[in-house]
Structure formats: structure tokens, C-alpha cells
Design a protein around this ligand. Structure first.
Ligand SMILES: Cc1ncc(COP(=O)(O)O)c(C=O)c1O
Length: 401
């Protein structure tokens, strides 16, 4: 399969502004097809759901198509795709609903590798119900999350294990399949944060063994929409808070209020855009997605080797994380500069990077860098090219004392 990055880049109007967009891990740009789908939905006339007139039917169809698209992207069941404003909101919502049956003597397991959005909802829910929290630790400096420790942490008291499919700063991809298997064997549920992982390779929620898998479309060329994918039968057993007249069906029961239908049309267009990366011409959308995301992963891995190798070779740069399996994400500091100063230096050279903890709160604390501005993150996605990487390396090289 070919991966013509210049063709991919041509689909993104924002990429023509002369900036190197290395901030993809915080949010990606949108291709024309997604922008057009959003505006076409509004232009076509939308109504609220479930009405007797065609504009309402269009909104219902958009929602159904969006669930099907997210299911194709993740390998889940469209009937178990919960849509919402973002991963954080959905995770607090699910934590509230799941914790309704927790009490003293119960336990939840969270990790110090995770973004706080897959930590605090569970910690808060545990505190409210009297359940105990057990922490999985990161092996530093490697940045691995050893799966074996879950054998010690998980017991018949465990109600839920929350773990990320990839760290949003170190890029570490833990052995989620092994971790969810340990949870399942103990009768616990698993909640897998796929927000950082989903854009960086093929996803199969069944192979991961995830009872819940969360993702956010704005990390993979879509608008600001989050989704949680679960088995509809599991969702059927959970009773979230809801207004009485709203549908009590699954997954609608988990969705509060009126969704942004036009954005849901944009999510579908983003999935279709991903399916076309790498020119996979034949097969079902799911098959094309698997091939395209594999091609995107290989493209990112080639660039990441240059990026990470280049940073590691600079004596004035400290890089964090050396996980065996990781996304194309670099987290680093420059001697004598704060992360913000580095980001400002790069911004002056038209290079977008993030500085700070990026909400990897526990991890930056464990690394001992949280109180000093944490670090700089350069996150590659499928539309980045060698020139982006070379520009970053040249600009960081200028900061040698
Ligand atoms: C790994 C990870 N999890 C969760 C989140 C939170 O996602 P959202 O912004 O959709 O709430 C982010 C956002 O950066 C993330 O990178």
C-alpha cells in the first residue's frame, strides 16, 4: 500500500498556512471533506430527532450513520456507540452510572500512565461510594506500564480497571489485551482510553478485550465529538441518570440532551477520510480502515524514528519514555529553557507544539517535572511529513547552549 503524504496534506486546508502542525496529539486539523459534510448537513436542513418531517429524519439518519462509522473505525457494534461532547464528559457520566452499584469493600484500578480523564472520574466515583482505589505504576524511565502488576492489583473485589491504550505524552502502548484479560478473569469491567491510540493505528475493541473503549473524533480529523463503544448487552444492564421523556433505549439512554447533528455528519466524513488514506480502494469500510490505519502507522513510525533519534542525539535535550511499543509522540525538555520558552521559540519559527502536563497529571508527577512546566510535546499524525520533523529538529538544535 502506498502512502502519499503530499496527497494527504492537500486534503487539509489549514496545512497551507506555513506552520508545522506538530500539535496533533492535542487535536488534529480537518480535511475539506469533513468541513463540507458539516456545512452540507446544515445547508440540507436539520431538525430534532424522532419527528414526523424529513428534516428530523435527516438528523436521525446522520446519528445512525455516525454510530456505524465509529463502529467501523473501532471494530465495535454500532448499537453500542454512545456519542457525546468529548471523552471526559462521557467518562464522568459512565463513572457515575457504574458507581451506583459500588460500595465499601469494592475496588477500582487506575494507572499513573493515563490522562487524568481516565483517572479522576474513577477516583471521584470511588471516593463518593467508599470504594478503594488501587494504582498501577509506570516503570521509569522506560515509561512502560508492566501488565504483570495487574495480577497483584486486581482481585475479586475489583469492579473496574481503567487503562489507556496509549499515553498521550510518552506514546507508550501498554499490553491492554493482557490487562483486560486479568480484569475479566476477576469479574471486573475494563474501561480503555483510546483517545490517543485511535489515530495512530488500526483499532479492534474486541481484540483489546475492552468492555468500554473511549475515543474522540477531534484527534482523528473529525470535529469535537467523543464516543464510547461498548457491548449493547452490557449497556442494557446500566441505568444512567436521564430525563424521563428521553429514549430509554441503548445507546440513546446514555446521551443527554440534543446532539450537534452537523458535527456527527462530520465524524462520519472523518471516518471515510481515514478509510481512504493510503489509497485502499476495495473492501468494506472496516477493511479499508484497517489497511489505511496500518499504512498511516507505518508512515508515522518512519517519521518518529527520525524525530526521536534526532532529539536523542542532541546533548542539550532530555527525552522521556523509551517504550517498546509507542505512538509517534515525543516528550522532551531543553537544558536551560522552560517548556513554554521552547514552545515559544518554536512558535516563532511557525512550529506548533504543546508544552505542559497535557493532563498526564500522575505521570508528570512521577517523572518529577510537573512543578517546572513538565515538558514539550511534539505529536505526529498521518498528515505530518519529513519537512515538519526536520524543521522541528533544526529549531531545537538552535537552542544548544
Ligand atoms: C489520552 C487522552 N485521554 C483523554 C483525553 C480527553 O479527551 P477529551 O478532550 O475528548 O475529553 C485526551 C485529550 O487530550 C487524551 O489525550
Amino acid at each position: 500500500m502506498t502512502f502519499d503524504v503530499s496527497k494527504v496534506r492537500a486534503a487539509y486546508p489549514a496545512l497551507t498556512d506555513g506552520y508545522a502542525y506538530l500539535d496533533g496529539a492535542a487535536g488534529t486539523q480537518l480535511p475539506d471533506a469533513v468541513i463540507d459534510a458539516i456545512s452540507a448537513a446544515y445547508r440540507g436542513g436539520l431538525g430534532n430527532a424522532g419527528g414526523a418531517f424529513p428534516a428530523s429524519g435527516r438528523s436521525d439518519a446522520i446519528t445512525a450513520e455516525c454510530r456505524a462509522a465509529v463502529a467501523d473505525l473501532t471494530g465495535g457494534d454500532a448499537g453500542g456507540v454512545i456519542l457525546g461532547p468529548n471523552m471526559t464528559t462521557l467518562t464522568f457520566r459512565l463513572a457515575n452510572a457504574l458507581a451506583a452499584s459500588w460500595g465499601p469493600g469494592d475496588e477500582v484500578v487506575v494507572t499513573r500512565l493515563d490522562h487524568d480523564a481516565n483517572v479522576r472520574p474513577w477516583v471521584c466515583a470511588a471516593a463518593r461510594t467508599g470504594a478503594a482505589v488501587r494504582w498501577a505504576d509506570v516503570d521509569l524511565p522506560a515509561g512502560e506500564l508492566p501488565a504483570a502488576q495487574f495480577g497483584e492489583l486486581v482481585s475479586e473485589r475489583t469492579r473496574l480497571v481503567a487503562v489507556t491504550a496509549a499515553s498521550n505524552v510518552l506514546g507508550t502502548r501498554p499490553d491492554v489485551t493482557a490487562i483486560t484479560a486479568i480484569a475479566r478473569a476477576a469479574g471486573a469491567l475494563s474501561y480503555v482510553d483510546g483517545v490517543h491510540a485511535t489515530p495512530h493505528g488500526p483499532t479492534d475493541v474486541r481484540a483489546l478485550g475492552a468492555d468500554f473503549y473511549a475515543t474522540s473524533a477531534y484527534k482523528w480529523s473529525g470535529p469535537h465529538i467523543g464516543a464510547v463503544i461498548a457491548d449493547p448487552a452490557l449497556l442494557d444492564s446500566i441505568r444512567p441518570d436521564k430525563v424521563v421523556p428521553a429514549p430509554d433505549t441503548v445507546p440513546e439512554r446514555f446521551e443527554q440532551g440534543t446532539p450537534p447533528y452537523a458535527d456527527l455528519a462530520g465524524v462520519t466524513a472523518a471516518v471515510d477520510h481515514l478509510a481512504a488514506l493510503g489509497d485502499a480502494a476495495s473492501g468494506t469500510r472496516r477493511e479499508r480502515l484497517l489497511a489505511a490505519m496500518t499504512a498511516a502507522q507505518e508512515h508515522e513510525a518512519q517519521l518518529a524514528a527520525v524525530l526521536l533519534g534526532g532529539l536523542a542525539a542532541m546533548p542539550h535535550v532530555t527525552t522521556y519514555g523509551q517504550a517498546r511499543d509507542r505512538t509517534a509522540t515525543a516528550y522532551f525538555n531543553v537544558a536551560g529553557r522552560t517548556p513554554r520558552q521552547v514552545a515559544e521559540h518554536l512558535a516563532a519559527r511557525r512550529i506548533n507544539v504543546w508544552d505542559g502536563d497535557n493532563y498526564a497529571w500522575e505521570l508528570t508527577g512521577a517523572l518529577g517535572i510537573r512543578d517546572t512546566g513538565s515538558a514539550v510535546r511534539a505529536g505526529l499524525v498521518h498528515y505530518n511529513d519529513r519537512e515538519d520533523v526536520d524543521r522541528l529538529l533544526a529549531a531545537v538544535a538552535e537552542l544548544a547552549a
